[in-house]
Design a binder for this molecule. Structure first.
Ligand code: HEM
Length: 230
C-alpha cells in the first residue's frame, strides 16, 4: 500500500540529523575583546562629537557634564588602543592580502547582486573585511598619535601651538574616516545574514562558511579528517 505521507519523496529519503553543522569562528576571549573595543569606540564617537560643535555639547550630559567628558574621552581612547592592539595581534596574519582578494574586489558587483557563486573561494576574511581591518588599524594609530599631541592635561608642551592646531584637524579627519569604516563594518555584518552570531555566540553555520569563506571551511574539514583526535 502507498504511504500517504510519501507524495514527493522516495522510500529511504529522510532527514538524517536535525543538528546542523556549526563552525566555531571566535573564542569567547576574542569576542569579549571585540565588544570592549566596540563599546570604547561608541563612547569615543559620542563624546568626541560633543566637543565638535556647540550644538552637540548637550551630549556631554550622558557622561556627567563637560569636565568629566573631557577627562574621560582620552582615557577611553587609551583603553581602545590597548583593546584593539590585542585584536590586532590575534587577527593580522589572516588579514594579509592574498591573490584571490584581487579577483574578489574586481567582482564586487557580483557580491552585491548576491551572485556569490561567481566569486573566488576565500579564507577567513574577504578583501572588504581586510580593508576594514587595515583601515581601522591605521586610523587608530593616527588618532592616538594626534590625541596625545592635544592632551593638554598630561602633555602640555609636547608640541608647539601651530603643530597642535594641525594635530586637532588631523584628529577630527581621522575620526571621520573611522566613523565611515565603522558604518561600513556594522552594515556589512548585518547585511550578510548569519554573521552577527559569529561575534555573539562564536559560531556560524556550515552553510554560511561554505557560502562566504569556503577555503577556511575546507581547511577545517580537512584538518578534522586527518587528525580526528583534535
Ligand atoms: C556595534 C558595533 C559593531 C558590530 C555590530 C560588529 C560586528 C562584528 C561582527 C559580526 C564580526 C564578525 C565578522 C566575521 O568574522 O565575518 C566582526 C569582526 C570584526 N570587528 Fe566588529 N563590530 C562592531 C564594532 C567594531 C569596532 C568599533 C571595531 C574596531 C575598532 C571592530 C573591529 C572588528 C574586527 C577587526 C573584526 C575582524 C574581522 C576583520 O578583520 O574585519 N568592530 N565585527
Amino acid at each position: 500500500m502507498m504511504d500517504e505521507n510519501r507524495v514527493y519523496s522516495a522510500p529511504g529519503d529522510e532527514i538524517e540529523t536535525k543538528h546542523p553543522v556549526l563552525v566555531s569562528r571566535y573564542r569567547g576571549i576574542t569576542r569579549l575583546n571585540h565588544w570592549i573595543t566596540a563599546l570604547c569606540m561608541i563612547v569615543l564617537l559620542i563624546s568626541g562629537f560633543s566637543f565638535f560643535h556647540p550644538a552637540l555639547f548637550w551630549m556631554t550630559g550622558l557622561f556627567g557634564g563637560g569636565q568629566t567628558t573631557r577627562w574621560l574621552h582620552p582615557i577611553v581612547g587609551l583603553v581602545l588602543v590597548a583593546s584593539f592592539l590585542l585584536l590586532f595581534l590575534q587577527m593580522w596574519k589572516l588579514n594579509l592580502p592574498r591573490r584571490e582578494d584581487v579577483e574578489w574586489s574586481l567582482k564586487i558587483g557580483d557580491m552585491l547582486k548576491g551572485d556569490e557563486d561567481k566569486l573566488p573561494e576565500l579564507g577567513k576574511y574577504n578583501a572588504g573585511q581586510k580593508m576594514v581591518f587595515w583601515g581601522m588599524s591605521a586610523l587608530i594609530a593616527l588618532l592616538v598619535t594626534t590625541g596625545i599631541m592635544i592632551w593638554e592635561e598630561y602633555f602640555p608642551h609636547i608640541v608647539s601651538i601651530p603643530v597642535r592646531r594641525i594635530a586637532v584637524a588631523v584628529h577630527a579627519l581621522a575620526a571621520l574616516g573611522a566613523i565611515l569604516i565603522f558604518i561600513v563594518h556594522v552594515y556589512a555584518a548585518i547585511w550578510t545574514r548569519g554573521t552577527i552570531r559569529a561575534m555573539t555566540r562564536g559560531t556560524v553555520t556550515g552553510g554560511w562558511a561554505f557560502r562566504h569563506h569556503r577555503k577556511w571551511l575546507r581547511e577545517l574539514a580537512g584538518r578534522q579528517r586527518t587528525d580526528p583526535s583534535k
